[in-house]
Design a protein around this ligand. Structure first.
Ligand code: FRU
Length: 577
């Protein structure tokens, strides 16, 4: 055995250049270390990836903006998909922990590979390639909505965290742009926010876009980077990090301008609570307060805060968002607290152990708002996924989606402020009517719609007036026998969204599920449902539920049903998004 291995090693060392094309040359220094170089004309190399392969370490030697080694699942025995690596300014790739016997060496190519299209949604953002989790660094400037996101550009599982970047003028169509922040000697680029520094408080330049993010290395610290070209390219601040802590979990800075004190405020997750800091210039930060230790769910580490003011009754209220895992409420969730903020300290109106959730579906996490929205609305987007199964979603080459953008409002519900999400008005502006019916009276079952051509994502709106039923539901289904049931249970006062027969389920045992939200006492229940190829987002007057689904074909049919009586469906419209 030992003897065999030595021979292998010897052979490998002697056969220094075993894989070569005219453009790509691979040299194996020993059985686990190799060097790949390409001819000067090659700008991009396509790496063959096998999702279940162990991670090899790839260092782009000579690329000064990408000095950290990348973890890449280079193919051992099969190619699941390809990921591109820019070779501009790169002298060679040094590859460690990848056997010279793996098939990746023969499969390296300079031929561009098409991105995967399976389960791609029409109006829900997903990265062109690679993994995404949280939305990051969102700002609005000159009519453009910028969306950055946690991105693994070298594989569709979590890793190599960088900031991907996309831009939209209408919150429906997204243009993919090059990544803007790569890991460096301080660590991976975890979540954070971006602001436009109109008055040049930081000294980088008037109107500079400043990104504030977590550098996740041996410690989690906060760093900044600035852009002088409207957010297309960023330069990291030379004195990073700008904020450190003794805490292991210290991340996800969300920064906003607080006009009454004329300063920047940062809220960030620190262990099982939030911390608030202030700054005059985005570079020097002063600790203000810590909050949340004695209220809310604490079933997981607190993550991805946001803190903002919303109109309520005749005045305003402040809202603190906090993402965390709550196993008894379906895993990844966003809890929120309503209260007051005086520029130093957030004080909740109530200190309940079980906070309300912003969204009652399984797939809505890490929700934060865009900065700089001119009319003051709080437009947010959530990661449409759940850490319970995020790495297993049945897509290849890309993985993860964002919700459609939502806008938030506080409504008076039983005498208390309740945070409610609805689709952003920009998304709803994009509609063309497919059907419209004023009143339909139903008893038992009514087939409302069958869509013959595949026109893509659509939105259903109606209000449901319960006449004498116990349950009124609507069912989305396709010709493969797959369905999603949205059911108003007037006996229990609950809305249930059942995806246990929605399509592909077995990629993870925790995916099949029924999500549950409270129902208001209104006799007419309004409902808006955004149906895309792999998600169903429902909005009532008091609750939103965002859920992924993976049907074999699009849901092209809609029926209503009642149990125990009749109901009227008023003002039904189905519009193409
Ligand atoms: C939330 C989160 C953040 C962190 C990021 C890392 O999903 O864990 O707290 O910054 O993901 O990818």
């Amino acid at each position: 055995m030992k003897f065999g291995l030595n021979i292998t090693l010897l052979l490998a060392v002697e056969l220094l250049a075993i894989s070569c094309t005219s453009e790509i040359s691979v040299k194996h220094a020993n059985n686990l270390s190799s060097v790949v170089s390409v001819s000067e004309s090659v700008e991009c190399l396509w790496l063959p990836i096998e999702e279940s392969a162990p991670e090899a370490q790839v260092t782009a030697v000579g690329a000064n903006d990408r000095i950290a080694p990348l973890s890449v699942r280079l193919s051992q025995t099969k190619v699941d998909y390809y990921m591109p690596i820019s070779m501009q300014g790169v002298e060679r790739l040094r590859v460690e922990n990848c056997s010279y016997e793996n098939i990746c060496w023969q499969q390296l190519t300079t031929t561009p590979q098409a991105p995967d299209s399976s389960y791609r949604q029409d109006v829900h953002f997903s990265p062109e390639r690679g993994w995404t989790n949280d939305p990051n660094g969102m700002f609005y400037k000159n009519g453009e909505w910028h969306l950055c996101y946690q991105h693994n550009p070298y594989g569709s599982k979590w890793g190599n965290l960088s900031w991907g970047h996309a831009v939209s003028r209408d919150l429906v169509h997204w243009e993919h742009l090059p990544d803007i922040l790569y890991p460096d000697e301080l660590g991976a680029i975890f979540s954070g926010s971006a602001v436009v520094d109109e008055h040049n408080t930081a000294g980088f330049g008037e109107g500079a876009v400043v990104a504030i993010y977590t550098s996740a290395g041996a410690h989690q610290t906060q760093s900044i980077a600035y852009s002088l070209d409207g957010g297309m390219t960023f330069t990291k601040y030379e004195h990073n990090p700008v904020l450190t802590s003794h805490r292991a979990d210290f991340r996800d800075p969300k920064v906003f301008w607080y006009a009454p004190r004329e300063c920047w405020v940062m809220v960030l997750a620190a262990g099982n609570a939030m911390e608030i800091y202030s700054s005059a210039n985005l570079t020097d930060w002063t600790f203000e307060s810590r909050c949340g230790e004695d209220y809310g769910y604490h079933t997981g580490v607190w993550e991805c805060p946001d803190l903002f003011e919303l109109p309520y009754e005749d005045g305003t209220k402040w809202v603190l968002l906090c993402s965390l895992s709550i196993p008894e409420r379906g895993g990844s969730s966003v809890q929120y607290f309503v209260g007051e903020f005086d520029g130093h300290r957030f004080t909740p109106d109530k200190k309940q152990p079980e906070a309300d959730l912003l969204n009652y579906g399984r797939d809505y996490y890490a929700t934060v708002s865009w900065s700089g929205v001119e009319d003051g609305r709080k437009v947010v987007v959530g990661w449409q996924n759940n850490w319970d199964y995020a790495n297993d979603l049945p897509t290849k080459g890309y993985r993860g989606y964002m919700s459609i953008p939502h806008q938030l409002k506080l409504v008076n519900y039983s005498g208390e402020p309740k945070l409610v999400a609805e689709p952003a008005q920009e998304v709803m502006a994009h509609r063309r009517t497919l059907i419209s019916k004023e009143v339909i009276e139903i008893k038992d079952k009514y087939n409302a719609w069958r869509h013959n051509s595949d026109e893509g994502a659509y939105v259903i709106e109606c209000n449901i007036e319960n006449l004498s039923a116990q349950v009124v539901g609507l069912k989305l289904f396709n010709d493969s026998g797959e369905w999603v049931d949205v059911c108003f249970d007037f006996i229990d006062g609950l809305l249930r969204v059942d995806r246990t027969n929605s399509g592909e389920l077995d990629f993870n045992p925790r995916f099949a599920s029924i999500s549950v939200a409270p129902l208001s006492e209104a006799t007419r229940q309004s409902i808006t449902i955004v149906v895309d190829r792999s998600s169903v987002e429902c909005f009532t007057d008091i609750a939103a539920l965002s859920n992924l689904v993976f049907p074999n074909e699009f849901y092209s049919r809609l029926s209503f049903y009642t149990i125990g009586g009749s109901a009227a469906i008023n003002n039904l419209t189905i519009k193409k998004l």
